[in-house]
Design a protein. Structure first.
Ligand code: MLT
Length: 312
């Protein structure tokens, strides 16, 4: 890794607040995870880590902003699996995720859950599938834009049913919930980190989780496999990135602060409650993160290409 910026500044870093870009709107799962980690990293670094929500274009707007930022450790990105699907989905992306960033480490893996508006006339996941299959393009499926985790889930769902819905894109889950609760959108696949509170309070209906086993945190909700779609399992992962060329000592210090955040008992408890425990320590590592990013891009490319007509 290059030593741009000189070792003196790397030694005194951080001398001011650090901006953590979340490439989605406030109130969604990336924001929930990012704010928790930013606060705990700030405690470790003795500086504020300030969250900046830069939503738009399925997370690619905020990601592009960090790719173009000065490689000085003062602008970092927290993103999800979408960083590995966007290169297949966008013909012209203003960055290559593999070469534009220093990987800092993997943060957490998060399940997803299929949600329905309160008034959708179904009582379970199998009925939802029947209902939406019959209605096709009359169904409004929300997502957080092309290249988001929710878009990936929606794409796989449509491909496995062989149906195309009308997709409605937002800048993140945050602005989707009011529409879903008001019965203006039909269905949405979100991460449990933001969905849990809406489901347990009954404001939206949780129909099926995308895990292999039911989740203790969401009692009574079956897996998609149990409820009608065998093999429909998706796990979303999150990582932290700094612009390429960020000095190695700063990368290592960011990694150390991230590890401390993921070991903070308050953070661990909350993450477990949300069904999104910290990654195992051996995965909280820049090299493991980079290898994972590369393999995820390769893993999803043929799947997304095969689902092509459902890509947006
Ligand atoms: C997504 O990728 O769908 C996002 O996680 C949405 C969000 O964080 O708001």
């Amino acid at each position: 890794l290059p030593m741009i910026g000189g070792s003196a500044s790397a030694q005194t870093w951080p001398e001011r607040a650090i901006t953590m870009v979340i490439p989605f709107a406030p109130g969604g799962p990336t924001d929930v995870v990012g704010r928790m980690i930013a606060e705990a990293m700030g405690r470790e670094l003795n500086q504020n880590v300030v969250v900046q929500n830069v939503g738009g274009a399925g997370g690619t707007t905020g990601t592009a902003r960090v790719a173009a930022a000065a490689p000085d450790g003062y602008t970092i990105l927290l993103h999800n699996i979408g960083i590995a699907t966007a290169p297949t989905l966008y013909r012209r992306l203003p960055y290559d995720p593999v070469t534009a960033f220093e990987t800092i480490g993997l943060v957490t893996a998060t399940p997803m859950i299929w949600l329905a508006r309160p008034g959708l006339p179904v009582t379970n996941f199998a009925e939802m599938i029947r209902h939406v299959r019959e209605r096709g393009e009359a169904v409004n499926l929300a997502n957080a834009g092309l290249g988001s985790a929710s878009q990936l889930c929606g794409t796989l769902f449509q491909a496995s049913l062989g149906v195309r819905f009308t997709t409605v894109s937002y800048t993140g889950s945050g602005p989707i919930y009011p529409e879903l609760m008001a019965d203006r959108l039909d269905i949405y696949c979100d991460q449990t980190t933001s969905a849990s509170s809406f489901v347990t309070s009954g404001r939206v209906r949780g129909l099926a989780v995308t895990t292999a086993e039911p989740m203790a945190q969401l009692p009574g909700i079956p897996t998609a496999g149990q409820a009608g779609l065998p093999g429909f399992e998706i796990g979303i992962w999150h990582g932290i990135y700094a612009p390429k060329g960020t000095p190695t000592p700063v990368v290592m210090r960011l990694n150390q602060a991230m590890r401390a955040a993921l070991a903070d008992p308050r953070v661990v408890t909350r993450m477990n409650e949300l069904g999104s425990p910290p990654e195992p320590v051996e995965r909280q590592n820049p090299d493991v993160h980079r290898a994972h990013l590369v393999s995820e891009i390769a893993r999803w490319r043929p799947i997304l290409q095969a689902a092509g007509q459902f890509a947006d």
